[in-house]
Every structure is written in structure tokens, then in C-alpha cells.
Ligand binder design. Structure first.
Ligand code: SF4
Length: 242
């Protein structure tokens, strides 16, 4: 009975998303074609029920996180801080601004227990892209370089990474800990300035849409996830060609 209520709730179509008309920072790690299709209002499939459930649970976890961080940082903690310029739009989950300390952006990712940091996958590429871009936009708007932290949290597990800026490091990396074990992971931060240019050029060229970036549907770009179609624009890229 209770499960039915969940399924009914999440099966209802959502009201159409009214975007800002700008690129969303959280999309910076996605397939460029999908981002541009979204901006032109191309028809997009709905997320499956289980994905929508997880998204809502992530928001609920964030409220708990705010209570915990507020207890430690008090008024130095700010939440849902907008970051915008002519092309990008985003909201910081958390910003800690002390009187002396470097401002610190915290991007919070709630996730399930299964496959937590499976195969050392954290920090994930798309999350690193988003967090890196937040750091850059913050620096451009406020003229101070922030620290950027990615924090993963699930039931009883955690991973925390500080992104190292490739301006100072020849190769991108993130240092931190996973369940209290110190780690250093490679993330391709050094490639992100070029990626940003590519996105901004594509945005300037709208309504022209970039070509499909792969020769067949693949997990790497997000067309599929473990072989199942997962991109809302799948039909726009493949069904007509198959
Ligand atoms: S189906 Fe694949 S190529 Fe097409 S927009 Fe989605 S992710 Fe990009």
C-alpha cells in the first residue's frame, strides 16, 4: 500500500521545467549535445521512478547536512548561493565564509550504499566538472579563489575530496579520504578549461546543435547506463538511425 503511494507520486508527469535559458553548472559534465538540446526545448523523456525517488532523497539528506554544518560553522555557513554570468547558472549547496579562512564551496552528493566508491570511482567526472566550474565562477565573480570540496554521503559511508586546481598542479587531482582512509585520486581537471570553451562556443552557436559525439549509444556519454537507455534525448539521436 505504501509502496503504491510512492509509485503513484513519482509516476505523475512533472510540470515542465522552466530553465533560466543559460547552461546549468550541474550539466557541465554531461554530453554537450544533450545540454544544447535541452536549451532549445527539445522533447525530453521523463526520469524513471527510482531515479526521481533518489533525487528527492538527496534533497532530504541535504537538509540534514545543513543542520550538521550549521552546528559547526554557525553564520559562516551560507546555503543555496546563486552563481550566474551571461552563460552559466548554478547554486552552491554550501559556502563557508570565515573572516580569515579562504571561502570554501561544498558540493554535497547523497548516494546509495550499493557501489559506494566502487572501483575508486569518486570523485565522479560529472561532479568534478560541476564543482570545478563553481570554483571558477566564484573566483570570476568575487575575485578570490575558493577551496572546493566534494562530499559524498550515504548511510554510514562518506568520502571527502579537495579539488586541486590545475593552475598549480600539472595533472588534476583530488585529495581526501574515503571512510577515514586517506586517498589521492586523478581527475582530469586540466582538461576542463578546454571543455568549458567548447560548451561556451556551442552555447553561442545555438540553435545549432552539436553532432552526436559517439558512433553508437554508449555509457561514456550517458546515452545509456549499464546498457539501458538513460538519456532523455535518446530518441533524438538514435531511434531514427537504428
Ligand atoms: S543520447 Fe547520447 S549522444 Fe544523444 S544527447 Fe543523449 S547522451 Fe548525448
Amino acid at each position: 500500500m505504501i509502496r503504491e503511494a510512492f509509485v503513484e507520486y513519482y509516476s505523475k508527469p512533472r510540470p515542465a521545467y522552466k530553465g533560466s535559458g543559460k547552461m546549468n553548472c550541474s550539466s557541465f559534465g554531461r554530453c554537450i549535445r544533450s545540454v544544447m538540446l535541452g536549451l532549445t526545448g527539445a522533447p525530453c523523456g521523463e526520469f524513471p521512478v527510482h531515479v526521481r525517488e533518489v533525487m528527492d532523497l538527496g534533497v532530504a539528506y541535504e537538509n540534514v547536512a545543513e543542520t550538521i554544518l550549521r552546528a559547526k560553522f554557525g553564520d559562516a555557513l551560507q546555503t543555496q548561493i546563486p552563481l550566474r554570468n551571461a552563460m552559466w547558472s548554478g547554486k552552491l549547496d554550501f559556502l563557508i565564509v570565515g573572516k580569515i579562512e579562504q571561502p570554501t564551496i561544498v558540493e554535497w552528493k547523497s548516494t546509495g550504499n550499493n557501489f559506494f566508491d566502487y572501483d575508486g570511482k569518486y570523485p565522479e567526472f560529472s561532479h568534478s566538472c560541476q564543482a570545478w566550474l563553481y570554483g571558477k565562477l566564484y573566483q570570476e565573480l568575487h575575485h578570490v579563489a575558493p577551496r572546493v570540496i566534494l562530499f559524498y554521503h550515504s548511510w554510514g559511508k562518506h568520502a571527502e575530496f579537495l579539488l586541486r586546481d590545475p593552475i598549480n598542479m600539472p595533472v588534476g587531482s583530488a585529495v581526501g579520504e574515503v571512510n577515514d582512509k586517506v586517498v589521492e585520486r586523478y581527475v582530469p581537471l586540466e582538461k576542463l578549461p578546454e571543455r568549458r570553451k567548447m560548451f561556451e562556443s556551442a552555447y553561442a552557436a545555438l540553435p545549432e546543435i552539436p553532432e552526436v559525439p559517439c558512433t553508437k549509444p554508449c555509457d561514456a556519454y550517458g546515452c545509456t547506463f549499464r546498457g539501458e537507455r538513460s538519456c532523455g534525448f535518446y530518441e533524438q539521436c538514435w531511434d531514427k538511425k537504428e
